[in-house]
Design a protein around this ligand. Sequence first.
Ligand SMILES: Nc1ncnc2c1ncn2[C@@H]1O[C@H](COP(=O)(O)OP(=O)(O)OP(=O)(O)O)[C@@H](O)[C@H]1O
Length: 287
Amino acid sequence: MPVNETSGRTEVRARIALDSQAGTSAPVETGTVIELEGVDIHYGQVHAVRGVSLPVARNQITAMIGPSGCGKSTVLRSINRMNDLIPGAKVSGKVTFHGKDIYAHGVDPIAVRRHIGMVFQKANPFPKSIFDNVAYGLRINGMKDNLADRVEQALRGAALWDEVKDNLKKSALALSGGQQQRLCIARAIAVEPEVLLMDEPCSALDPIATARIEELMNDLVRDYTIVIVTHNMQQAARVSDSTAFYSADVDEAGERFGFLVEFDDTQKLFSNPSDQRTEDYITGRFG
Ligand SMILES: Nc1ncnc2c1ncn2[C@@H]1O[C@H](COP(=O)(O)OP(=O)(O)OP(=O)(O)O)[C@@H](O)[C@H]1O
Protein backbone atom coordinates (compact mmCIF):
# COMPACT_ATOMS: atom_id res chain seq x y z
CA MET A 1 0.00 0.00 0.00
CA PRO A 2 1.42 3.39 -0.87
CA VAL A 3 2.53 5.20 2.22
CA ASN A 4 2.98 8.58 0.64
CA GLU A 5 0.49 10.95 -0.79
CA THR A 6 1.08 13.05 -3.84
CA SER A 7 2.00 16.42 -2.44
CA GLY A 8 -0.33 19.29 -3.06
CA ARG A 9 2.52 21.50 -4.14
CA THR A 10 1.34 24.71 -5.63
CA GLU A 11 4.69 25.59 -7.08
CA VAL A 12 4.94 24.15 -10.54
CA ARG A 13 8.43 23.44 -11.71
CA ALA A 14 9.55 25.46 -14.65
CA ARG A 15 9.33 23.33 -17.75
CA ILE A 16 12.70 22.33 -18.96
CA ALA A 17 14.25 22.47 -22.36
CA LEU A 18 16.51 19.55 -23.24
CA ASP A 19 18.37 21.62 -25.80
CA SER A 20 18.27 25.13 -27.07
CA GLN A 21 15.84 24.35 -29.91
CA ALA A 22 13.53 22.44 -27.63
CA GLY A 23 12.93 25.56 -25.56
CA THR A 24 11.03 27.27 -28.32
CA SER A 25 7.73 25.40 -28.03
CA ALA A 26 5.41 26.04 -25.11
CA PRO A 27 5.42 22.90 -22.94
CA VAL A 28 2.18 21.42 -21.71
CA GLU A 29 1.80 20.73 -18.01
CA THR A 30 0.43 17.25 -17.43
CA GLY A 31 0.57 14.67 -14.69
CA THR A 32 2.91 12.57 -16.81
CA VAL A 33 6.57 13.55 -16.76
CA ILE A 34 8.01 10.66 -18.72
CA GLU A 35 6.36 8.33 -21.19
CA LEU A 36 7.79 5.17 -22.70
CA GLU A 37 6.09 4.07 -25.90
CA GLY A 38 6.97 0.76 -27.52
CA VAL A 39 10.51 0.80 -26.19
CA ASP A 40 12.81 -1.95 -27.48
CA ILE A 41 16.37 -2.29 -26.24
CA HIS A 42 19.11 -4.28 -27.92
CA TYR A 43 22.57 -5.20 -26.68
CA GLY A 44 24.33 -5.89 -29.96
CA GLN A 45 22.24 -8.58 -31.68
CA VAL A 46 20.38 -9.46 -28.48
CA HIS A 47 16.87 -8.00 -28.33
CA ALA A 48 16.89 -7.82 -24.52
CA VAL A 49 13.71 -5.81 -23.80
CA ARG A 50 10.64 -5.67 -26.01
CA GLY A 51 7.71 -3.32 -26.38
CA VAL A 52 7.64 -1.47 -23.08
CA SER A 53 5.05 1.31 -22.75
CA LEU A 54 4.31 3.11 -19.53
CA PRO A 55 3.80 6.59 -18.11
CA VAL A 56 5.70 7.99 -15.15
CA ALA A 57 3.59 10.34 -13.06
CA ARG A 58 4.91 13.54 -11.55
CA ASN A 59 5.70 13.59 -7.84
CA GLN A 60 5.01 9.92 -7.49
CA ILE A 61 7.17 6.88 -6.92
CA THR A 62 7.03 4.34 -9.70
CA ALA A 63 8.54 0.95 -8.88
CA MET A 64 9.86 -1.61 -11.34
CA ILE A 65 9.87 -5.19 -10.10
CA GLY A 66 10.34 -8.61 -11.64
CA PRO A 67 12.70 -11.57 -11.73
CA SER A 68 16.39 -11.22 -12.39
CA GLY A 69 17.29 -10.49 -16.00
CA CYS A 70 13.84 -9.29 -17.09
CA GLY A 71 15.26 -5.90 -18.04
CA LYS A 72 14.33 -3.60 -15.17
CA SER A 73 17.71 -1.87 -15.03
CA THR A 74 17.94 -1.78 -18.80
CA VAL A 75 14.60 0.04 -19.02
CA LEU A 76 15.57 2.37 -16.16
CA ARG A 77 18.79 3.33 -17.94
CA SER A 78 16.84 4.11 -21.11
CA ILE A 79 15.01 6.88 -19.22
CA ASN A 80 18.08 9.09 -18.93
CA ARG A 81 20.17 7.73 -21.79
CA MET A 82 22.60 5.89 -19.52
CA ASN A 83 22.46 3.03 -22.03
CA ASP A 84 24.32 5.33 -24.41
CA LEU A 85 27.41 4.58 -22.32
CA ILE A 86 27.18 0.82 -22.98
CA PRO A 87 28.82 -0.17 -26.28
CA GLY A 88 26.32 -1.93 -28.54
CA ALA A 89 23.24 -0.84 -26.58
CA LYS A 90 20.47 0.58 -28.74
CA VAL A 91 17.11 1.99 -27.69
CA SER A 92 14.24 2.24 -30.16
CA GLY A 93 10.63 3.28 -29.72
CA LYS A 94 10.03 6.51 -27.91
CA VAL A 95 10.97 7.94 -24.52
CA THR A 96 9.57 11.39 -23.90
CA PHE A 97 10.24 13.87 -21.12
CA HIS A 98 7.47 16.45 -20.96
CA GLY A 99 6.44 15.33 -24.43
CA LYS A 100 9.90 15.75 -25.96
CA ASP A 101 11.70 12.76 -27.41
CA ILE A 102 14.92 12.43 -25.40
CA TYR A 103 16.50 10.41 -28.23
CA ALA A 104 15.67 12.99 -30.90
CA HIS A 105 18.45 14.35 -33.05
CA GLY A 106 20.20 17.22 -31.30
CA VAL A 107 19.23 16.29 -27.74
CA ASP A 108 22.29 16.33 -25.52
CA PRO A 109 22.35 13.22 -23.30
CA ILE A 110 24.24 15.15 -20.65
CA ALA A 111 21.40 17.67 -20.48
CA VAL A 112 18.96 14.77 -20.18
CA ARG A 113 20.93 13.36 -17.24
CA ARG A 114 21.05 16.74 -15.58
CA HIS A 115 17.23 16.75 -15.46
CA ILE A 116 16.86 13.02 -14.86
CA GLY A 117 19.45 12.01 -12.29
CA MET A 118 20.44 8.53 -11.19
CA VAL A 119 21.41 6.73 -8.01
CA PHE A 120 23.03 3.33 -8.38
CA GLN A 121 22.85 0.02 -6.59
CA LYS A 122 26.21 0.39 -4.98
CA ALA A 123 27.02 3.75 -3.48
CA ASN A 124 29.78 5.18 -5.62
CA PRO A 125 31.17 8.29 -3.94
CA PHE A 126 34.24 9.81 -5.54
CA PRO A 127 37.47 9.56 -3.53
CA LYS A 128 37.07 13.19 -2.53
CA SER A 129 35.73 15.09 0.45
CA ILE A 130 32.04 14.99 1.36
CA PHE A 131 31.74 18.60 0.23
CA ASP A 132 33.48 18.01 -3.09
CA ASN A 133 31.31 14.99 -3.86
CA VAL A 134 28.16 17.08 -3.62
CA ALA A 135 29.77 20.09 -5.30
CA TYR A 136 31.05 18.00 -8.21
CA GLY A 137 27.95 18.15 -10.40
CA LEU A 138 27.38 21.78 -9.46
CA ARG A 139 30.85 22.72 -10.61
CA ILE A 140 30.70 20.82 -13.91
CA ASN A 141 27.27 22.29 -14.61
CA GLY A 142 28.47 25.81 -13.93
CA MET A 143 26.23 26.17 -10.85
CA LYS A 144 29.02 27.71 -8.79
CA ASP A 145 27.16 30.59 -7.17
CA ASN A 146 26.28 29.96 -3.54
CA LEU A 147 28.14 26.67 -3.73
CA ALA A 148 28.26 26.12 0.03
CA ASP A 149 24.53 26.83 0.36
CA ARG A 150 23.68 24.49 -2.48
CA VAL A 151 25.82 21.74 -0.95
CA GLU A 152 24.13 22.25 2.41
CA GLN A 153 20.66 22.16 0.86
CA ALA A 154 21.44 18.95 -1.02
CA LEU A 155 22.84 17.31 2.13
CA ARG A 156 19.78 18.43 4.08
CA GLY A 157 17.55 17.11 1.29
CA ALA A 158 19.27 13.75 1.54
CA ALA A 159 18.88 13.70 5.35
CA LEU A 160 22.65 13.65 5.85
CA TRP A 161 23.47 17.21 6.91
CA ASP A 162 23.27 16.71 10.65
CA GLU A 163 25.61 13.74 10.48
CA VAL A 164 28.30 15.38 8.33
CA LYS A 165 28.06 19.15 8.82
CA ASP A 166 31.18 19.24 11.02
CA ASN A 167 33.17 16.97 8.75
CA LEU A 168 32.58 18.28 5.26
CA LYS A 169 36.30 18.06 4.45
CA LYS A 170 36.50 14.44 5.49
CA SER A 171 36.77 11.77 2.80
CA ALA A 172 33.41 10.47 1.60
CA LEU A 173 34.92 7.00 1.65
CA ALA A 174 35.02 7.13 5.46
CA LEU A 175 31.20 7.23 5.65
CA SER A 176 29.10 4.13 6.32
CA GLY A 177 27.38 2.39 3.39
CA GLY A 178 24.03 3.96 4.20
CA GLN A 179 25.60 7.40 4.59
CA GLN A 180 27.45 6.93 1.30
CA GLN A 181 24.20 6.12 -0.45
CA ARG A 182 22.57 9.23 1.03
CA LEU A 183 25.63 11.19 -0.11
CA CYS A 184 25.07 9.87 -3.63
CA ILE A 185 21.44 10.99 -3.37
CA ALA A 186 22.68 14.43 -2.24
CA ARG A 187 25.06 14.50 -5.20
CA ALA A 188 22.20 13.62 -7.54
CA ILE A 189 19.76 16.21 -6.16
CA ALA A 190 22.37 18.99 -5.88
CA VAL A 191 21.98 19.83 -9.57
CA GLU A 192 18.21 20.11 -9.07
CA PRO A 193 16.98 17.38 -11.38
CA GLU A 194 13.27 16.83 -11.80
CA VAL A 195 13.40 13.05 -11.84
CA LEU A 196 15.48 10.62 -9.77
CA LEU A 197 16.09 7.14 -11.10
CA MET A 198 17.14 4.69 -8.38
CA ASP A 199 18.55 1.33 -9.35
CA GLU A 200 18.20 -0.96 -6.34
CA PRO A 201 19.45 1.78 -4.02
CA CYS A 202 19.11 -0.34 -0.87
CA SER A 203 20.36 -3.70 -2.04
CA ALA A 204 23.75 -3.26 -0.35
CA LEU A 205 22.29 -1.81 2.86
CA ASP A 206 21.18 -3.26 6.17
CA PRO A 207 17.52 -2.97 7.25
CA ILE A 208 18.09 0.20 9.29
CA ALA A 209 19.90 2.02 6.48
CA THR A 210 17.22 0.72 4.07
CA ALA A 211 14.46 2.14 6.25
CA ARG A 212 16.21 5.52 6.25
CA ILE A 213 16.40 5.57 2.47
CA GLU A 214 12.74 4.58 2.18
CA GLU A 215 11.82 7.36 4.61
CA LEU A 216 13.95 9.73 2.58
CA MET A 217 12.21 8.72 -0.65
CA ASN A 218 8.93 9.59 0.98
CA ASP A 219 10.25 13.07 1.66
CA LEU A 220 11.95 13.49 -1.71
CA VAL A 221 8.82 12.65 -3.69
CA ARG A 222 7.32 15.97 -2.66
CA ASP A 223 9.89 17.65 -4.87
CA TYR A 224 10.96 14.94 -7.28
CA THR A 225 9.50 12.26 -9.46
CA ILE A 226 11.09 8.93 -8.54
CA VAL A 227 11.47 5.68 -10.44
CA ILE A 228 12.96 2.82 -8.44
CA VAL A 229 14.08 -0.64 -9.51
CA THR A 230 13.90 -3.03 -6.62
CA HIS A 231 14.23 -6.76 -6.06
CA ASN A 232 12.29 -6.33 -2.90
CA MET A 233 8.55 -6.61 -3.47
CA GLN A 234 7.78 -5.45 0.06
CA GLN A 235 9.81 -2.35 -0.61
CA ALA A 236 7.88 -1.65 -3.80
CA ALA A 237 4.62 -2.16 -1.92
CA ARG A 238 5.77 0.10 0.92
CA VAL A 239 7.09 3.05 -1.01
CA SER A 240 5.56 3.23 -4.46
CA ASP A 241 2.38 4.64 -5.93
CA SER A 242 2.54 2.68 -9.17
CA THR A 243 4.31 -0.55 -10.00
CA ALA A 244 5.50 -2.04 -13.25
CA PHE A 245 5.92 -5.81 -13.20
CA TYR A 246 8.31 -7.23 -15.79
CA SER A 247 8.96 -10.81 -16.72
CA ALA A 248 11.11 -12.70 -19.19
CA ASP A 249 10.22 -15.20 -21.87
CA VAL A 250 11.92 -17.10 -24.66
CA ASP A 251 10.98 -16.47 -28.29
CA GLU A 252 10.67 -19.02 -31.15
CA ALA A 253 14.37 -18.62 -31.89
CA GLY A 254 15.22 -19.53 -28.30
CA GLU A 255 16.23 -15.97 -27.44
CA ARG A 256 15.39 -14.73 -23.94
CA PHE A 257 13.79 -11.31 -23.66
CA GLY A 258 12.20 -9.12 -21.01
CA PHE A 259 8.86 -7.39 -21.28
CA LEU A 260 6.33 -5.48 -19.21
CA VAL A 261 3.55 -7.73 -17.96
CA GLU A 262 1.47 -5.25 -16.03
CA PHE A 263 1.57 -1.66 -14.87
CA ASP A 264 -0.90 -0.41 -12.31
CA ASP A 265 -1.54 1.38 -9.08
CA THR A 266 0.66 -0.37 -6.50
CA GLN A 267 -2.17 -1.24 -4.19
CA LYS A 268 -4.18 -2.73 -7.05
CA LEU A 269 -1.23 -4.62 -8.51
CA PHE A 270 -0.40 -6.24 -5.18
CA SER A 271 -3.95 -6.93 -4.07
CA ASN A 272 -5.77 -7.69 -7.29
CA PRO A 273 -3.41 -8.06 -10.25
CA SER A 274 -4.93 -8.31 -13.72
CA ASP A 275 -2.43 -10.82 -15.04
CA GLN A 276 -1.95 -14.38 -13.77
CA ARG A 277 1.83 -14.02 -14.19
CA THR A 278 1.84 -11.06 -11.80
CA GLU A 279 -0.21 -13.01 -9.31
CA ASP A 280 2.14 -15.99 -9.56
CA TYR A 281 5.15 -13.75 -8.96
CA ILE A 282 3.80 -11.79 -6.03
CA THR A 283 2.48 -14.90 -4.34
CA GLY A 284 5.79 -16.69 -4.78
CA ARG A 285 4.53 -19.24 -7.32
CA PHE A 286 6.79 -17.88 -10.04
CA GLY A 287 8.84 -20.70 -11.32
N1 LIG B 1 25.81 -4.22 -20.48
C1 LIG B 1 25.14 -5.26 -21.00
N2 LIG B 1 25.59 -5.89 -22.09
C2 LIG B 1 24.94 -6.96 -22.62
N3 LIG B 1 23.79 -7.45 -22.12
C3 LIG B 1 23.30 -6.86 -21.03
C4 LIG B 1 23.94 -5.75 -20.40
N4 LIG B 1 23.21 -5.38 -19.34
C5 LIG B 1 22.16 -6.22 -19.29
N5 LIG B 1 22.21 -7.11 -20.30
C6 LIG B 1 21.25 -8.19 -20.56
O1 LIG B 1 19.96 -7.62 -20.66
C7 LIG B 1 19.01 -8.43 -19.98
C8 LIG B 1 18.30 -7.60 -18.93
O2 LIG B 1 19.26 -7.28 -17.92
P1 LIG B 1 18.95 -6.24 -16.75
O3 LIG B 1 20.17 -6.12 -15.93
O4 LIG B 1 18.35 -5.03 -17.31
O5 LIG B 1 17.83 -7.03 -15.96
P2 LIG B 1 17.29 -6.80 -14.49
O6 LIG B 1 15.86 -7.19 -14.51
O7 LIG B 1 17.64 -5.45 -14.03
O8 LIG B 1 18.13 -7.88 -13.71
P3 LIG B 1 18.62 -7.91 -12.19
O9 LIG B 1 17.37 -7.88 -11.38
O10 LIG B 1 19.34 -9.22 -12.08
O11 LIG B 1 19.49 -6.73 -11.97
C9 LIG B 1 19.76 -9.62 -19.41
O12 LIG B 1 19.63 -10.70 -20.31
C10 LIG B 1 21.19 -9.14 -19.37
O13 LIG B 1 22.10 -10.19 -19.55
